[in-house]
Design a protein around this ligand. Structure first.
Ligand SMILES: [Fe+2]
Length: 237
């Protein structure tokens, strides 16, 4: 799926006309617990070229249309295999398919978060956190610069492929920075990710090659703090 500038404007226009908005949820709400919307590749709220020069258009198109779609396909395959296992009462591959379920579910959720919490450089929301989110970052990390330093270090040093994530942790009502390896290892139970940077090589290699640190430094220009603030408020309930 290609979402060019024209279709972005059309989508924005539909939203303004009253089409359902996501609000504080990552996914559009469905009347059914496993509604079909969840298995759809979400449209980007901008065009593939709109994050230039931070992330190039070709990387965005491949990442979104092929990699993210692949995680959705993998999630569906795992769920179908598990349904077949229940039907046949043959659980010989339960470990394999449970691992696939977690990996691909993580890929779908984290990429959906990744797209939504970015915006074109210099657009509304990219100037830094404000309001209650800014206050919480200062409270839990000491300052925005200290938060950014920890988050960037986490992103630079994820072993292999993975993510740096900002979570809201409801157990003690605070924000924490974590790493995730692949899409699911190092999960923090109960915590809700509200910001994440993908540091798999497929996210940056065409433009930055092995210079992951340069990609991490540039990425801060495209963080959509307005969306992060919405997800923070939603996570707090
Ligand atoms: Fe990715």
């Amino acid at each position: 799926m290609t979402l060019d500038r024209r279709s972005f404007i059309r989508t924005a226009g539909l939203a303004a006309a009253g089409a359902p908005l996501l609000g504080g949820s990552l996914f559009a709400q469905s009347a059914e617990p496993s509604g079909s919307d969840f298995y759809e590749l979400p449209e980007l709220p901008y065009g593939y070229a709109d994050l230039e020069p931070v992330i190039d258009a070709q990387t965005m198109e491949i990442h979104h249309s092929r990699h993210h779609q692949g995680y959705i396909n993998g999630l569906k395959a795992a769920e179908e295999a598990l349904a077949a296992a229940r039907a046949s009462e043959d659980y010989g591959l339960i470990q394999h398919w449970s691992r696939k379920l977690s990996f691909h579910f993580g890929g779908h959720v984290l990429h959906t978060l990744f797209w939504q919490t970015m915006a074109p450089p210099d657009s509304s929301g990219t100037g830094g956190p404000s309001g209650e989110l800014a206050t919480a970052i200062d409270r839990d990390f000491g300052s925005f610069d200290a938060f950014r330093g920890q988050f960037s270090a986490a992103a630079r040093t994820v072993e292999g492929s993975g993510w740096a994530l900002l979570h809201y942790r409801p157990q003690d009502n605070r924000l924490v920075v974590a790493q995730a390896e692949k899409q699911h290892d190092l999960a923090m139970w109960g915590a809700t990710p509200i910001l994440g940077i993908d540091v798999w090589e497929h996210a940056y290699y065409l433009r930055y090659q092995n210079r992951r640190a340069d990609y991490v430094d540039a990425w801060w220009q495209v963080v959509n703090w307005n969306r992060v603030a919405e997800l923070y408020q939603s996570a707090r309930g």
